[in-house]
Each structure stands twice: as C-alpha cells, then as structure tokens.
Ligand binder design. Sequence first.
Ligand code: PMP
Length: 350
Amino acid sequence: MPDLCSMYNVEAIRAEFPILQQTVHGRPLVYLDNAATTQKPRSVIQAIVNHYENNNSNVHRGNHTLSQRATDAFEATRGKLQRHLNAAFEHEIIYTTGTTGAINLVAHGFRSLLGPGDEVLVSQLEHHSNLVPWQMLAQHSGATLRYIPILPDGSLDLDEAQRLINPKTKLLAFNHISNALGTVNPVKQLTDWAHAVGACVLVDGAQGMAHRRVDVQALGVDFYTASAHKMYAPTGIGLLYGKTEWLEKLPPYQGGGEMIATVTMAHSTYAPLPFKFEAGTPSIEAVVGWGAAMDWVTALGMDALMAHESELMAYGTEQLTAIDGLVLFGTTADKAAVLSFGFAKVHPYD
Ligand code: PMP
C-alpha cells in the first residue's frame, strides 16, 4: 500500500480502487453510492485472493496448518474490530451477516424477554432493517411499538423522545447516522435517558461505524451493529457488539455447528461467547477481507477521512443549493456526508 497517511492524497487513494480505473459512458467512473455499499481497495481484494490461494480451510475445527492459518486470520479481524470500537472484550464482537443479521439476532432474542405491557421504542428515521425486526418482535411478544418523530430539519424530536421513554420502555433502537438524511443522532444522550428507566439500547451503526469514531464504552450502548461492506470490506459480513451481560442473557439465535459445547440426543449446551451466536461455517474470506479493510481505514486515519468527507459535504451542499428549484432533505448541523434532494414535480428516476 502506498503511503496514504502522510497526506490525504485523493489521486493516490483513487488509484488503489481497481473498479474506478474504468470509464462508463465514455467518462472516468465517479461512484457516489457509498451509503448503499462502498468499493473495495486493492489490498482488500488481494487479502481475499491470498486467503483462497494459500490458506483456504474451515475455522476452529481443524488441527492442520491451513485451518490454523485461517482461524488466526479470522480471529485477528475480531481483535481489530474490538480495538476500533473500544469494546471491553473480544468476545463482545459477534460476526453476523451484516447489520440486518445483527438486529434480527437481538430482536429474536428479546421474544423471550418481553410481553404485553412492555414497550419498544424506535424512531421514524430508521432503515427497514431497524424497523421490521421490531415489528415482528411486537407481534410475537405482545409488546407495543412506539415511534420517536422527526423534526423538519431531519433531526429526532428529542423533547418527544424524552416524553416517550418511560418505565414501560424495555428497548430503545435508533440509528447512529441516518442513511437517508445523514442526521447524526445524539447516541449518548438517548442512551442515558433509556438507561435511567432500565431500558436496553441498540444502535444501528451501519453508517455510524463507517463515518465516525465509535467508542462503545464511552457511548454506553448495550448493542451496536455494523455492516463491513459500508467500509471498504466485503458483503455478507457484519458485527453485533454487545455488552457481555446482555449477550449472556440472550438465547442463541440459530442452532448448529460451532455454537455448541456438548450435544446428546436429548439435550445440548452452548458454547461460550462469541461462538454461542456464530452457528455454521461463516463467511471466512469476508472476515479476512474485513481485516485488510480495517488496516486500510487505520492507515488513512478516521480523522483525515472525516475531515475530507466534511469538505466534500460543504462543497456539495453549496453547489446543490445554487440550483433553482432543488430542495435538500436533512439540514441538521451535525450531519454526515449524505445529500438527499428532490425537484418539485420531477421523479428521481428522471
Ligand atoms: N441501517 C442503515 C442505517 C443502513 O444504511 C443500512 C444499509 N443501507 C442497513 C441498516 C442495512 O444494512 P445491511 O443491508 O448491510 O444489513
């Protein structure tokens, strides 16, 4: 990898993305759909190729050299993620299929913890992944789902949030950064309010981990989720961070290999964390690629990355607002680099 950290050299960084070296419709490819998924730098692609060419094997279940190498790489990524998020323990990082998989894991586990009279609070600013699992939980448990409304600038109505959080609230779920409007939500504030009534807090960090420094212990959240593909890593892999006491309390999500300690015809016992929640053969090459992506992000530096994004954001906002008839959605002061806009009477497909 070239020296990218000494200076934020956009051309050098761009050159590290093989996909950006093509032309589309006769012009150099410009890709702006990073909220949906990011492109992958060469080092991530090479890590996956290296895994398949040299180390491919299953993890945690072979004594041979290849299995040892694959397991070491697989677990090394967990360590990098723990340090990146400042989780207290490596076992608090659970590999999932992504943010959607992580939220479903928690929502499913809460089926046995909630009942009629309990309330689950989410915001109106959620991705479907942080909404539908809670609707399903409400249906199965008899708990009531409530919503924090949004103000015209795209921020959450915090007065209403404070009013809605009450002793019946058992779980509060909201996003760190909205993929639709870029709103950066006050995670610590909302978490403190929820904890004051004994509620559990899950933060959908699909965009948060990619665009901000995240310290799960400083924020105090009980669960934080992320999708690797939003931060230069492969698809099909993500994480659930959970405080140990909550991960111990939740039942396993799926049964199968890897997640068991003992199995008889009558009964099984479960493996310790994190493996209790990692049934079946995982996406090993994706985890290996994620490790390389974490190295990439570390080399660039989160601060440099955020500073560059905010520069682009200011430039983009200025350019777009100069266009007659264009309406920007999401205008909060603390906003991540997403620009949503519309024109009166013009459909986005046009
Ligand atoms: N939440 C937010 C805020 C997102 O931006 C996304 C992806 N667009 C998701 C959840 C779902 O992530 P995934 O599809 O990777 O599970």
